[in-house]
Design a protein around this ligand. Structure first.
Ligand SMILES: [Cu+2]
Length: 104
């Protein structure tokens, strides 16, 4: 399992809704938000008009499950971001060392 962090900027005039993320690297990618140290799944992230969505440790993030290969630091992973409107965009996210502490 790995977590994904990056920033999406919305230069448009209307809010954008990130509804799913896919990758050839992971069998399943879910979107999580963190509140009071508790992660919970969400169905969409909103990128406000003229603003940005930041995915970060301890905040909104992606969980990548069923990884097709072991990520190495320095690798770049391609993610496809799917929005409620418009065509998907590709981002390349570098793999960084991270500590993941499972809950419970
Ligand atoms: Cu999570």
């Amino acid at each position: 399992m790995a977590a994904g962090y990056f920033t999406v900027t919305n230069t448009g005039g209307t809010d954008a809704k990130l509804t799913s993320v896919t990758s050839s690297f992971a069998g399943e990618i879910t979107m999580h938000t963190t509140k009071n140290d508790q992660m919970s799944g969400v169905t969409a992230f909103t990128v406000p008009a003229g603003g940005k969505l930041t995915l970060s440790l301890g905040g909104n993030h992606l969980m990548l499950m069923d990884l097709k290969r072991k990520p190495r630091v320095g690798d770049k992973v391609s993610l496809e971001l799917h929005f409620a409107k418009g065509s998907p965009i590709d981002v390349r996210v570098p793999v960084k060392p991270a500590t993941y502490r499972p809950e419970g």
